[in-house]
Write a protein that binds this ligand. Structure first.
Ligand SMILES: [Zn+2]
Length: 83
């Protein structure tokens, strides 16, 4: 009996969490659409070595004259740092 109550409680908790998370996801998507140019600017970075546009999250972090520079690959990072 108590185990069944626990299962019901967990199901309700899960549903409540899903219900709470849904508006947040929707708001996030709407916000991204409204700020589309800025979002793209913020997420896409140009590799200064080969000129490719890359997603910041996939970029390889490199350093050039003490500045953090995002590049597309390990090869570009080595070229950047040897330059
Ligand atoms: Zn590159």
């Amino acid at each position: 009996m108590s185990r069944a109550a626990l299962v019901v409680f967990l199901v309700f908790l899960f549903l409540a969490l899903v219900r709470m998370a849904r508006p947040l996801l929707r708001a996030g998507r709407a916000g991204a659409r409204r700020a589309a140019p800025r979002a793209i600017e913020a997420e896409m970075v140009r590799d200064p070595v080969c000129g490719t546009w890359i997603d910041r999250r996939l970029a390889v972090p490199g350093r050039h004259r003490g500045e953090a520079v995002a590049v597309c690959s390990e090869e570009c990072r080595q070229r950047l740092e040897s330059a």
